[in-house]
Design a protein around this ligand. Structure first.
Ligand SMILES: NC(=O)c1ccc[n+]([C@@H]2O[C@H](COP(=O)([O-])OP(=O)(O)OC[C@H]3O[C@@H](n4cnc5c(N)ncnc54)[C@H](O)[C@@H]3O)[C@@H](O)[C@H]2O)c1
Length: 479
């Protein structure tokens, strides 16, 4: 047996003789061949490094499920809600491994079970969101079964989402903490509960945020939508009918008004709009191939109590109260639609949705399933400046306004819905004026943020007096 030292000596000798050999090659004009060998090795190493880096940054392409990852569940500030591209697409364990067992199945079946004859059983995605929570409450109130799902992301204050979850829980509706990209969990849900309908509202909303975090829109509004359709098509038996939220933003740069479902929708002004438009095309393919009954609802600027803090009416109310300046786009008009009207539209769409007809599992196909799309708007656009004037009156305080020309940041100059199809097919008739709807919103806002109601009431009663002389109601620490 050679000793270690002897072995090292042999290695050194080989190394020395190898170097000498190389020198001889250089000397003999073979340098080119040797360096191309080295170059080849370096290229292989660099390629491996690149593959590693790519897999590290885009694990979603390699893994089956991925989900949004909260940046900071305790804050709603712009900085904290801005989760990085990599963290948004980071693979995570399926909630299916967390949720399960006899007790859990019993609980979700109880939540999803209708309590009236002929009641429907609905899986509501985005149930802790603004529209999702209101729809879930309305369905529950009339005796339908509801199971909610939401990933409670930090795009805006998750405390508000938890508050909505508590409201639902008080009425016996379970909202699971889960992502719509979690195919394993969705499969488990469809296998455990015979849902008649899915009300799919989970999405990355907001037009301007798409410039900050484009991948979140792709993850939730495109990949997530596919996961919902895919599992409903292949793992639910019978397949449920699906009603999902598209958006008025699909009309983009359309100038014909009012917007009708027949108008062109191929000029989106934002990535958000483009993902909703993509969703409508994806819906067409799942309806065509798998016979899924799918109804897309194009909502127009929905507002009301428990609303979204990122939307203008809500953020303006906060700024007015706090005395902060607000920026308005000159000439912008919106077809503001009150939440109760939208809820009636969603329920009407669920009640009239035809059955899904094709099942990938059984191979049965009994004819074409419905594929529908409807506008749900208010049919009367209002200048954003008027919306601010109503808020000023209700809050008893003048806004510190800065009016600027609308930049090309995804917003469109106006929206205006024609709702004749929804009116014809399920009696949709919006009845709430902006004055009345904003009053309901401000009543909730004042209570939720524990503003000094005496001051707000006094300013309402005397709204002729200059509001600037009155003391501004303070935001509570919970805001
Ligand atoms: N509010 C409006 O004015 C309006 C207008 C047009 C369209 N829409 C659409 O209506 C739907 C509901 O909007 P909203 O105003 O209630 O918004 P919202 O943000 O309050 O509700 C969406 C909910 O979905 C959840 N969510 C997001 N991505 C998810 C994911 N990957 N998995 C699970 N949950 C996820 C969020 O946590 C949130 O609670 C959305 O699809 C939105 O794009 C809303």
């Amino acid at each position: 047996m050679p000793t270690d030292a002897a072995a090292k000596g042999v290695k050194l000798e080989r190394y020395a003789s190898g170097s000498a050999l190389l020198l001889r090659r250089v000397a003999s004009g073979k340098f080119v061949a040797a360096s191309s060998h080295l170059l080849f090795r370096a290229t292989v190493l660099a390629t491996l490094a690149l593959v590693f880096l790519f897999a590290f940054h885009y694990p979603s392409l390699l893994s089956r499920s991925f989900s949004l990852v909260s940046a900071d569940a305790s804050s709603s500030s712009g900085a904290s809600r801005h989760t990085s591209h990599r963290s948004l697409l980071m693979s995570s364990a399926s909630a299916a491994s967390v949720y399960g067992g006899e007790k859990w199945e019993k609980e979700i079946r109880r939540s999803a079970k209708p309590r009236r004859d002929g009641g429907i059983s609905v899986l509501v995605t985005g149930a802790a969101g603004f529209v999702g929570s209101h729809c879930s409450l309305a369905l529950r109130a009339r005796g339908d079964g509801v199971l909610g799902l939401d990933n409670f992301n930090t795009y805006y204050d998750p405390v508000l989402k938890r508050g909505r979850q508590r409201l639902l829980s008080d009425r016996g509706v379970v909202v699971l903490d889960a992502d719509i990209n979690d195919a394993l969990l969705l499969e488990k849900l469809f296998e455990a509960v015979p849902f008649t309908h899915v009300l799919h509202l989970a999405a990355q909303a907001g037009v301007r945020y798409a410039m900050e975090a484009p991948q979140t829109y792709v993850a939730s509004n495109v990949a997530g939508l596919v996961t919902v359709f895919e599992t409903a098509a292949k793992h639910a038996d019978p397949q449920p009918a699906i009603v999902w939220a598209s958006s008025s933003s699909v009309y983009g740069l359309n100038t014909e008004a009012p917007f009708s479902e027949e108008h062109r929708t191929d000029r989106p002004a934002s990535l958000y709009a483009a993902t909703k438009k993509a969703g409508e095309a994806i819906a067409h393919s799942y309806n065509h191939i798998y016979g899924l009954s799918i109804t897309g609802l194009r909502f127009f600027t929905v507002y009301g109590p428990w609303g979204r803090p990122d939307m203008a009416y809500f953020s303006f109310a906060r700024s007015i109260v706090a005395g902060d300046p607000i920026t308005l786009y000159a000439d912008a008009r919106r077809d503001f639609t009150y939440i109760d009207d939208v809820v009636k539209g969603c329920v009407g769409a669920l009640d009239t949705a035809g059955r899904s007809t094709g099942s990938a599992r059984t191979g049965k196909k009994t004819g074409p399933a419905p594929l529908r799309v409807y506008n749900l708007g208010n049919t009367s656009p209002v200048p954003v400046t008027r919306m601010v004037a109503i808020l000023e009156k209700l809050l008893g305080k003048k806004a510190n306004k800065r009016v600027v020309t609308m930049p090309s940041n995804g917003d469109v100059p106006f929206t205006h819905a024609n709702v004749s199809h929804a009116a014809h097919d399920f009696g949709y008739r919006p009845t709430t004026s902006l004055d009345v709807g904003l009053r309901h919103f401000v009543d909730w806002f004042v209570e939720y943020y524990k503003l000094d109601t005496k001051i707000v009431k006094a300013t309402r009663a005397a709204d002729k007096k200059p509001a600037t002389k009155k003391k501004a109601p303070a935001m509570s620490a919970s805001s």
